[in-house]
Design a binder for this molecule. Structure first.
Ligand SMILES: [Zn+2]
Length: 362
């Protein structure tokens, strides 16, 4: 309040503001903590996951005592501790084309802390429809990016930059690729800063600018962004005017059409010494970190050239870390004539969770 740019009036604005945080993970954690501490009146949180020990290096809203709890409940308790005067609204759901519009309609600013493409495209599109600023952040290993998408304030939207999502399975998520824990801390804090500036109406927002951060070189670079008049959502003649079924659009849903076996099935087959081949399509360093006995390592990228090492007639079970890359491998193998090939549901992560806790989580 003692800063002339804010004052009691600005603090009152923050108190009247309603901010939605999509995700309470690596980006959502610092963003929500600082927004609550700043006195944002209403904070909405969207998440459906449970707190997982292996994510705590970056998800600082949650603690070891919260492992296994719903992330939303853990987040609520922590944020109430920071500031009991914030009204916290919990949306325990996957953010989907069915509920996105309604959820976003209750807020002034959206902070997108999601880690997947269906949610990113959906939050972008719905914010464009509703003319609400979408404070974007993403992290990958040591690199972070952040900007504010707001065509109604003169900048571009996410689709002006990336009209179409990448092919399914081609981009690893944080759990597969790894991320420096501090990085989402930095990017999520910048997102909170941008949300606060937008509410106060002070300074220069990141509308029309993408801030790129390299944590190894410790360098920030800035790129100018322009709205694309041919953008399918915010362009002059938009072709997308309703939320799309993004799971299919991004190819996530197609993994459900892949035949699967559960980790329990696999355990039984191993114990009964059934005849089958188990293939691990992760990278060698992952295989070294954690592996299931008898699994043959063929990284996904090498699979098409190394199919001859496998028996097309034998029952085949493929696994990766959590089941996405192996779903792609199953497709490749089916197309190559493997008749009996199955994806291990949940991958080695679930194997470690439910069957063998000696296999490390990573
Ligand atoms: Zn656009």
């Amino acid at each position: 309040m003692i800063m002339p740019e804010v004052g009691p009036e600005g603090q009152q604005r923050l108190n009247e503001a309603r901010v939605l945080c999509i995700g309470t993970g690596g980006l959502g954690s610092p963003a929500a903590l600082y927004l609550a501490a700043a006195g944002i009146g209403t904070l909405g949180l969207v998440d459906f996951d449970d707190v997982d020990l292996s994510n705590l290096q970056r998800q600082i809203l949650h603690g070891t005592k919260d492992v296994g709890r719903k992330k939303l409940e853990s987040a609520r308790d922590r944020l109430r501790d920071v500031n009991p005067n914030v009204a916290i609204q919990l949306h325990e759901a996957r953010f989907t084309s069915q509920n996105a519009r309604e959820i976003v309609s209750g807020y002034d600013v959206v902070v997108d802390g999601s880690d997947n493409f269906p949610t990113r495209y959906l939050s972008n599109d719905v914010c464009v429809f509703a003319k609400k600023p979408n404070v974007y952040g993403s992290v990958f290993r040591f690199d972070g990016q952040t900007t504010v998408f707001a065509p109604h304030l003169g900048g571009p939207c996410y689709r002006c930059l990336f009209p179409e999502p990448p092919p399914p399975g081609s981009v690893p998520n944080c759990a597969q690729a790894g991320v420096l824990g501090v990085l989402p801390g930095i990017v999520g804090t910048i997102q909170a800063n941008e949300a606060i500036k937008l509410i106060l109406g002070v300074g220069e927002s990141l509308v029309g600018r993408l801030l790129y951060f390299d944590a190894l070189k410790m360098k920030f670079r800035e790129f100018k962004l322009r709205r694309d008049p041919r953008c399918p959502v915010c362009g002059d003649s938009p072709t997308i005017t309703e939320p799309i079924d993004y799971d299919q659009f991004c190819g996530v849903a197609s993994t459900t059409a892949i035949p699967t076996v559960s980790v329990r099935d696999l355990k039984q087959k191993l114990e009964a010494r059934e005849d089958f081949q188990l293939v691990d399509v992760r990278e060698p360093f992952e295989h070294e970190l954690a592996s299931i006995d008898s699994a043959k390592l063929i990284p996904l990228g090498e699979l098409p050239d190394r199919l001859k090492e496998l028996d097309r007639e034998r029952l085949t079970i493929v696994h990766c870390h959590s089941g996405q890359r192996s779903a792609q491998a199953v497709r490749i193998m089916r197309d190559a004539g493997f008749a009996k090939v199955f994806n291990l549901e949940g991958g080695i992560a679930r194997w470690s969770d439910e069957i063998d806790s000696d296999v490390p989580q990573y």
